[in-house]
Design a binder for this molecule. Structure first.
Ligand SMILES: [Zn+2]
Length: 488
């Protein structure tokens, strides 16, 4: 007969007990061939001994291990290491997910002070750890037999650390390479979830599943979170951009030489609490997330609406210099994600006329969100325009190519008020113009030398494309150009 105990009641060497608890973290399974498992001992097994699930090891001798982090009250957490035949471990990995309530029967209770595994497992409150070894009789884990347990299920949303113990994303980014490898607690909104991919790791001659998630908070608009664990990659399917909030306990920081910025990764110490129960803080985060310009058109609009005074942009750069600096190659890399430039160039593309040219875009009149051309509805779920087609506000949304003697800057955005000033025509008047009048307007600028003032948003870890936003454009005297022009 088993006695049901709570985590807090455990003591060393207890026998014939059972626990009921919810899974709050789960490691990736590790599988070993029988002989190596013996040689490697309990915890000293090195990664070199690992075998893939479909490896050559036969099922009869192969063993595996999986670590689960369990919780049975707001306070109490404990790690539970499960040893079993490899196929059983693989089955556990497939069937046990974070949030499941489990019965743990006849575990071994040991003081975790001596367990070196603690370094590689999440931090817990209990000073003991559980071991389930399925070779012992009656020793097992299973989904809870007593049906749903609302109390235990609700524990997965109770924060494990206080919000004050989390660190703003901007502070992580600011510390640069200096904090690489350290762990921090982070509370952030999911900004986007990229598709899972297979990455080839040449060094180990294997492919691994990989997924990137972009996080944001009030202090920073995008930090990359990398997921390498199959369980977390699957879990991320349920994360919704601008809706899901994550409290990440012991997220590992990782400096990327490639992006020249700090990102986060989940490792074996990390615990993620999805949508933690700290309502006011979560609400504030989500409100902030909804107000931040997301699409490049929104960023271009906010840039052209006076956040930067064009008169202050006087650094003359050629197209090639702008390309070098924006793409992250060359020697002029800075940590800042934007810079400004004054470029003397000819407008070689300005699609004001002709079929299919995009000249005017629309915003929802209720909430000012960008409404895609093909849809009459506002994309924001909480807006009245989501269900009933809203009235639309029009604004200029022009794509412009700029060319000088060094090259072409393709796809610069010229939007809203800037375009109205340049074309000396407001958007309503423009919409009433005939095709011929539009063509005439185009030729006022096309192939003429202009002084173009740009804000360039560099390509970063969280922005796939650089953005060239025109914030000022005037026709110039060829003599002025000659005096300012640079050879390179
Ligand atoms: Zn709307």
């Amino acid at each position: 007969m088993l006695t049901v105990k709570k985590i807090v009641q455990l003591s060393e060497g207890m026998e014939n007990i059972a626990l009921v608890a919810v899974v709050i973290a789960k490691s990736d399974p590790r599988l070993f061939s029988g002989s190596l498992a013996r040689a490697g001992g309990r915890y000293g097994v090195k990664a070199a001994f690992e075998e893939s699930a479909d490896g050559s090891t036969t099922a009869s001798t192969a063993r595996g291990v999986l670590t689960l982090t369990l919780r049975d009250s707001e306070r109490d957490t404990i790690n539970c290491t499960v040893w079993a035949a490899a196929d059983v471990i693989v089955r556990y990995d497939e069937t046990i997910t974070i949030g499941d309530v489990l019965d743990v029967q006849k575990p071994q209770v040991t003081a975790s002070f001596y367990g070196r595994s603690e370094q590689y497992s999440p931090r817990v409150t209990s000073s003991f750890s559980l071991t389930v070894n399925e070779q012992a009789v009656g020793n097992q884990i299973a989904h809870h037999a007593g049906g749903p347990d609302p109390y235990l299920s609700s524990l997965i949303r109770i924060p494990l650390v206080r919000p004050e113990e989390t660190i703003p994303l901007a502070d992580l980014v600011a510390s640069g390479a200096g904090c690489s490898g350290e762990t921090f607690h982070v509370l952030a909104v999911v900004r986007s979830v990229r598709p899972a991919r297979q990455i080839r790791i040449a060094r180990r001659n294997e492919t691994r599943a990989f997924r990137e998630v972009v996080l944001m908070d009030q202090s920073h608009s995008g930090v990359l979170l990398k997921l390498w664990s199959a369980a977390y990659i699957r879990w991320a399917d349920r994360w919704q951009p601008l809706v899901t909030v994550l409290l990440i306990v012991d997220a590992r920081t990782e400096y990327s030489e490639y992006h020249r910025s700090v990102g986060l990764t989940i490792d074996r110490k990390t615990i993620i609490i999805q949508d933690p129960k700290v309502p006011q803080i979560v609400e504030r985060l989500l409100r902030h997330a909804k107000d931040v310009p997301m699409q490049s058109v929104d960023v271009a609009c906010s840039l052209s609406s006076g956040t930067i005074d064009p008169a202050t942009i006087n650094t003359v750069m050629t197209v090639q210099q702008i390309l070098d600096r924006s793409g992250g190659t060359g020697s002029q890399i800075t940590e800042e994600d934007q810079f400004t430039a004054l470029c003397y160039a000819v407008i070689t593309r300005l699609d004001l006329d002709g079929p299919g040219s995009r000249t005017v875009s629309h915003r929802c009149s209720h909430c000012q969100t960008f409404v895609a051309r093909q849809s009459p509805f506002c994309p924001k779920e909480d807006c009245p325009g989501y269900r009933t087609p809203p009235a639309l506000d029009s604004f200029f949304d022009l794509t412009v190519d700029l060319t000088d003697h060094t090259g072409t800057l393709v796809g610069c955005r010229m939007v809203s008020a800037v375009a109205e000033t340049v074309l000396r025509c407001d958007v309503t008047t423009f919409e009433r113009k005939t095709e011929q009048q539009r063509t005439a307007l185009k030729w006022m600028y096309l192939l003429d030398r202009c002084a173009v003032r740009l804000v360039v948003k560099r390509r970063t870890a969280t922005r796939f494309q650089q953005l060239f936003s025109i914030v000022g454009c005037t026709l110039v005297d060829p003599l002025e150009v000659e005096s300012k022009l640079k050879v390179y």
